[in-house]
Design a protein around this ligand. Structure first.
Ligand SMILES: Nc1ncnc2c1ncn2[C@@H]1O[C@H](COP(=O)(O)OP(=O)(O)OP(=O)(O)O)[C@@H](O)[C@H]1O
Ligand SMILES: [Mg+2]
Length: 484
């Protein structure tokens, strides 16, 4: 399995050496730059998923860490950027998190903490293409501004709710299968609100060890627990004046749910180990791909919290329920990949389109996005033909595909690669190839275990968590954990 790739940016040679060595020992592949400008150039010149996270110092000659953070996030809003800070500059680190940094690390470093933060960053890394600069047209429609594509009746209804709900302070609960665009909707709601200039803070509740959820949400005071070497604000405080996006809310431990309910209802809370009551003015948006009513029935989610969150419900349709949006989505992703990969693909032929339309898309838009990226990369002519599609799409399109998410094992695209238009060097091609092999093996393991993630992870010799994050990248649905 490939090691996660980290880009480390610091002007201090010693720090690059020491931190770099630590990270290498912990299993990361480290690339270092001594200034922000070359780091930015490097990220822009690499394929979208080259780096799993960036660690950057704040104070550097030339472009500083904050400017680098802004530039990186406007290029790829999903890239986890972690800032380094010395004592005395914690305020600017907190500022950085409000601007969208994934987290910050304080010097002197605590190795276990660094590793935990990086693992979390890598696990939540969503592979998605960089945004192609500013949205095409000046618009005051927030769903357009975030690049949401699709005008099917179902999506028009969603856009309408976003327009209305964005302006209200009410809590929104976004539901929908994996990859349907829940995070995109959350960003649109923030952008369309009168808090658009405030921070948009995201917390993926599934990515945090249960014991740390409370301190992530509400912060902690120095010494509150082992490892709490200094006090830290939580996401509630950081979101003051803006929006707090609680992703995968079904995974919030039951023991924290009462505290969360109170914090939402009264806009006040205490840090872990703290006595002072803190007030924050924020708007909550929650998302889940689970049916919360079911989770309530399983006694893992409080009904009162559900009602408090579900003030404005937004349900995102699965791609197969609005398959009429497929042509527009394909055109959108093809154009984006062309720009990024320097290709000139015009699109898919009718036969290919028919096959794509008949596919059930368990991983929804994310799965579609990944497929388009691969197809454009390997396209041998300007039109992609049905025969070039992966095996999962080769079934008779008139038969409504019932292929479950894990049943398409063993499909590498059957394409002849025209070396003249490969558009990348050997190293990159090998990297892409190994990602494909990874996909085949993961699908195979899932098929052999009937979709059991725990057993598949064991078969593959990786942790359940990292299998889940890989499955997410590949647009494979994760079944709820089974007790085994
Ligand atoms: N309507 C759309 N138009 C264009 N791109 C979209 C649309 N919906 C989603 N996407 C893209 O698809 C990818 C997945 O979307 P997003 O991360 O918002 O999904 P999600 O519902 O949060 O998924 P998950 O449950 O897996 O976290 C992103 O790259 C997003 O930009
Ligand atoms: Mg999401």
């Amino acid at each position: 399995m490939t090691r996660p790739r980290i880009l480390l940016v610091d002007d201090e040679p010693n720090l690059r050496k020491v931190l770099g060595a630590l990270l290498e020992q912990d299993g990361f592949e480290v690339h270092a730059e001594e200034a922000a400008e070359p780091a930015l150039a490097r990220v822009r010149a690499s394929p979208s998923d080259t780096f799993d996270a960036v660690i950057t110092d704040l104070r550097m000659p030339g472009m500083d860490g904050i400017a680098l953070l802004r530039a990186l996030l406007s290029y790829d809003p999903h890239l986890p950027v972690i800032v380094l800070t010395a004592h005395g500059t914690v305020d600017s680190a907190v500022e950085a998190v409000k601007l969208g940094a994934f987290d910050y690390l304080e010097k002197p470093f605590d190795r276990a903490h660094i590793r935990a933060v990086l693992e979390r960053a890598v696990a939540t890394r969503v592979r998605s293409g960089p945004s192609m600069g500013a949205p095409a047209a000046e618009t005051d429609d927030p769903s357009v501004a975030v690049g949401m594509v699709g005008d099917s009746p179902a999506m028009q209804a969603v856009r309408e709710v976003i327009r209305t709900a964005a302006k209200s302070p009410s809590t929104v609960l976004i539901t929908g299968e994996s990859g349907t665009g829940k995070e995109l909707v959350a960003r649109a709601l923030h952008l369309g609100s009168d808090r658009a200039d405030g921070p948009f803070i995201r917390l993926n509740c599934a990515a945090i060890p249960p014991g740390l959820v409370e301190s992530e949400l509400f912060g902690h005071e120095k010494g509150a627990f082992t490892g709490a070497v200094s006090s830290r604000p939580g996401r509630f405080e950081l979101a003051d004046g803006g929006t707090l996006f609680l992703d995968e809310i079904s995974e919030i431990p039951l023991s924290i749910q009462v505290k969360l309910l109170r914090a939402i209802q009264e806009s006040e809370f205490e840090r872990v180990g703290g006595v002072k009551t803190i007030r924050a003015d924020l708007r909550i948006i929650a998302a889940t791909n689970r049916d919360l009513v079911e989770v309530i029935a399983e006694k893992r989610f409080r009904e009162d919290l559900y009602y408090r969150l579900n003030v404005v419900p937004i349900r995102l349709p699965a791609l197969r329920e609005r398959i009429e949006d497929l042509p527009a989505l394909l055109a959108h992703f093809v154009e984006r990949c062309n720009a990024r990969l320097g290709k000139r693909v015009r699109g898919f032929d009718d036969d290919a389109l028919a096959r794509l339309s008949a596919y059930p898309w368990p991983g929804n838009i994310r799965e579609l996005e990944n497929l388009v990226e691969r197809m454009v990369l390997f396209a041998s002519s300007d039109v992609i033909l049905a025969a070039e599609l992966p095996e999962a799409f080769q079934a008779d399109p008139s038969r409504t595909a019932g292929a479950g998410p894990v049943s398409g094992a063993g499909h590498l695209p059957q394409v002849r690669v025209p070396l003249s238009s490969l558009g990348m060097d050997l190293k990159e091609a090998v990297r892409l190839g190994s990602r494909m092999v990874e996909e085949v093996l993961i699908r195979e393991a899932l098929q052999q275990t009937g979709g059991n993630v725990t057993r598949s992870a064991r078969l593959l010799g990786i942790s359940r968590r990292s299998l889940q994050s890989k499955m997410k990248e590949l647009g494979l649905r994760d079944e709820p954990p089974r007790a085994d």
